[in-house]
Ligand binder design. Structure first.
Ligand code: FES
Length: 167
């Protein structure tokens, strides 16, 4: 398992591969190096855990349209049948949220590109890097982020065994 700094550097390398400008990359690296909190908030033991989903389709929001399906009968995806659990499919985090619906969100914080995880105890998405919070509709709940994060539409199959994400 990678540390938050390694994960952030990996994300920055990914963004660099997309051809982002030196200015944008500098802002990302500056954010990584200079704006870490002195103490990371402790995880809530009642919250779900993240894992990598097995997705069929396009999961890269920077490569074009998002359109993928998660087979919820597969072991890596089955946890999504439980409220409060979430998985990452590429750069998209998919959560089974408190009201029983599904939320798919770009897992790139609008502050400095930290990863977002769902917290069922608070019914929000928390950035691992500096503790920014987003509501389930993508709005900012707590700074430092100032801009909303992108949300994708989700459709659960009638048998409840597959979840399509489009956006
Ligand atoms: S990267 Fe700073 S709050 Fe998300």
């Amino acid at each position: 398992m990678s540390t938050p700094t390694e994960a952030a550097q990996s994300r920055a390398a990914f963004l660099r591969s997309l051809g982002l400008s030196a200015t944008v990359l500098s802002a990302i690296y500056f954010g990584i190096a200079c704006s870490k909190p002195a103490v990371s908030p402790a995880p809530d033991p009642t919250d779900g855990t993240n894992s990598e989903a097995l997705a069929v389709g396009a999961t890269d929001p920077f490569a074009g349209k998002i359109d993928f399906t998660l087979d919820l009968t597969k072991p890596d995806n089955a946890k999504l049948k439980t409220v409060g659990q979430f998985v990452s499919a590429g750069l998209i985090v998919v959560a089974h949220v408190k009201d029983g619906s599904y939320v798919a969100m770009l897992s790139v914080c609008t502050h400095a590109s930290g990863s977002l995880w769902y917290r069922v105890s608070q019914n929000d998405f928390r950035c691992q890097d500096h503790g920014g919070l987003f509501t389930t509709d993508g709005s900012v709940k707590l700074a430092p982020p100032k801009q909303a994060v992108k949300i994708y539409s989700t459709t659960l199959s009638t048998d409840g065994n597959s979840l399509r994400v489009v956006g």
